[in-house]
Write a protein that binds this ligand. Structure first.
Ligand code: SF4
Length: 225
């Protein structure tokens, strides 16, 4: 059973001050923070993001390097046989659900949005298989709009850094939106993901070498992880 998130208290004014200290360090540490998924347009980003659930970005890129040559438009995915899609994306895992989402989202893009991926959160989440996190990834990366995508790293680090007391991704997104300048919403999420992979890992965070440890309330304190 997953470990229940510990209850913590966060002072928003303090959290905002903490962001001002840690952001310049994160920005310098991860100057190229961006999505590792390969895409050429919002539609490809949408497909890649759906495929990336429970899968590494490297694996998704391997699969999309082939499938984006075979299926070029929403119409190509919409009319494809479900079994063919499943077989083409099988190695990303959960391939049946992902194939259904991709096919149905493609149909909806054609029927409701004239074949173009919508560029608002409200419209994106109406697409089958597209939740708030996927919508934010597409908005932030493919449309360049400010968007905070709360994946597991963003949730874990935001709590350790006491930027939010929530582990529910939607509540956490709203907390971060309150304390982060809008211009860094997207890149801040990417930086936290990179930081989570490099230093602030789930089980054994490397606080001894972490460049933001001086501002982290959980530094060297396993009770606060
Ligand atoms: S000091 Fe430790 S807990 Fe805090 S962000 Fe760095 S690695 Fe994570």
């Amino acid at each position: 059973m997953a470990k229940k998130a510990t209850k913590i208290k966060v002072n928003k004014a303090e959290a905002a001050k903490r962001v001002k200290k840690i952001w310049p360090i994160l920005e310098t540490t991860y100057p190229d923070a961006k999505s590792a998924l390969n895409f050429r347009n919002p539609f490809q980003m949408l497909i890649s993001t759906i495929l990336s659930a429970q899968c590494t970005d490297a694996r998704v890129n391997m699969v999309t390097s082939k499938v984006f040559k075979k299926y070029k438009s929403p119409a190509d995915w919409a009319k494809a046989d479900l079994k063919d899609i499943e077989s083409d994306i099988r190695s990303t895992g959960f391939y049946h659900n992902k194939a259904v989402s991709i096919k149905n989202a493609s149909k909806a893009i054609i029927e409701k949005f004239d074949g173009s991926v919508p560029d608002t959160l409200e419209d994106l989440v109406t697409l089958p298989g597209v939740g708030r996190k996927t919508a934010n990834v597409v908005l932030g990366n493919a449309f360049g709009k400010p968007a905070i995508a709360c994946d597991t790293h963003v949730i874990r680090l935001s709590r350790r850094l006491r930027l939010s007391e929530n582990s529910d991704p939607v509540k956490l997104e709203f907390d971060l939106a309150e304390i982060l300048p809008e211009r860094i919403w997207t890149v801040f999420s990417h930086s936290l993901i990179l930081h989570g992979r490099k230093y602030c890992r789930a089980r054994k965070p490397d606080c001894a070498n972490c460049p933001i440890s001086g501002y982290c309330p959980a530094a060297n304190n396993p009770d606060l992880w």
